[in-house]
Design a protein around this ligand. Structure first.
Ligand code: FES
Length: 317
């Protein structure tokens, strides 16, 4: 019913085109969840536990630095965490790129995919937008208008930077493992100096969190637009918005905004209180980064399947 409302044909027709298979998407969901659990489990590996296998005399050398020819003396599977991170990030990049260009199945009244909200062009499916500043001249997928902001937020995130510097650029791949690069230039020049824009992407991320929370409120309606209903889709969007808020609130920039640049906490008790709250969340930032990443993909996947008619959005009342 949702698919026909969009004028996009039935799920069977789509499946016949090879674009959609419930089995493929079911498998994707399982792979995504397993990858998420694996990565979060790997994040619990304490470097101190790992390097404990290295002889103490190497860790605390006396005199000049030891002339060690081996790339590493570690005997554990230090490569597993970077490999898992590469796999997880590549899976998300492939899925999100495909969805951003698909330009279909992103709305099933009253659910809208987080990849397409807010929808800012007149080419958006009816019912998805109240403000279309890009008018009719924008002919590409409307997702491309907005994804730069959540993408920029994650790309410049301090945690993700550490992850992809280590996993993709092997800089370094792990503790006590030498890197292939001859010199280190840090983030002091282009293009990496642009990572400093994280503070601005943080603000953009907050705006998107507000919009996605508003989408949760809109999802308290049924397919006919009547208020006071709760569906699985409502809970999916609510979980997604919650994860994104936790990701933003645990951000290092957020922590700095709360408690940075002050010399005396006792003179700023309110900021100190918020700083302690954010600090507690900040300790779990990597976890929130992964959960919210897969959460937003799974929320999009759920809306897509409902919009395509593959599954029905079950209403509790
Ligand atoms: S440090 Fe990760 S979102 Fe800001």
């Amino acid at each position: 019913m949702k698919g026909s409302a969009m004028g996009l044909g039935s799920a069977e027709a789509v499946a016949a085109q090879g674009l959609l298979s419930p089995y493929v998407f079911g498998a994707f969901s399982m792979v995504a969840l397993v990858a998420l659990l694996a990565v979060t489990a790997l994040l619990k590996v304490e470097p101190s536990r790992v390097v404990a296998t290295v002889p103490a005399k190497v860790l605390v050398p006396e005199g000049p630095r030891a002339d060690i020819k081996e790339r590493t003396l570690r005997t554990d599977r230090w490569w597993l965490q970077p490999a898992m991170i590469v796999a997880a990030l590549l899976a998300f990049i492939v899925y999100s790129t495909w969805r951003a260009f698909e330009n279909a199945y992103y709305f099933a009244e009253p659910l809208i995919s987080p990849f397409y909200s807010p929808c800012l062009a007149t080419s958006c499916v009816a019912g998805t937008s109240v403000w279309t500043p890009f008018g009719s001249w924008w002919v590409l997928s409307p997702a491309l208008l907005i994804l730069i902001f959540p993408l920029g937020f994650r790309m410049t995130c301090y945690y993700y930077r550490k992850s992809y510097y280590r996993s993709f650029w092997l800089s370094p791949p792990a503790c006590a493992v030498s890197e292939p690069h001859k010199k280190y230039t840090g983030e002091t020049r282009e293009p990496l100096i642009l990572q400093n824009s994280h503070r601005y992407f943080f603000i953009a991320g907050l705006i998107f969190n507000v919009i996605l929370t508003y989408d949760v409120l809109l999802a308290l309606r049924n397919g006919e637009g009547e208020w006071g209903h709760l569906s699985v889709g409502t809970l999916v969007l609510a979980a997604n918005a919650t994860f994104l808020w936790l990701y933003s609130m645990s951000c290092h920039t957020c922590r700095h905004i709360m408690g940075g640049r002050i010399k005396n906490f006792s003179a700023h008790p309110v900021r100190y209180r918020f700083w302690t709250y954010v600090s507690k969340l900040n300790a779990h930032h990597p976890k929130f980064a992964w959960i919210s990443l897969f959460g937003v993909a799974l929320a999009d996947l759920y809306v897509r399947e409902v919009a395509a008619g593959t599954i029905t959005n079950f209403y509790f009342f």
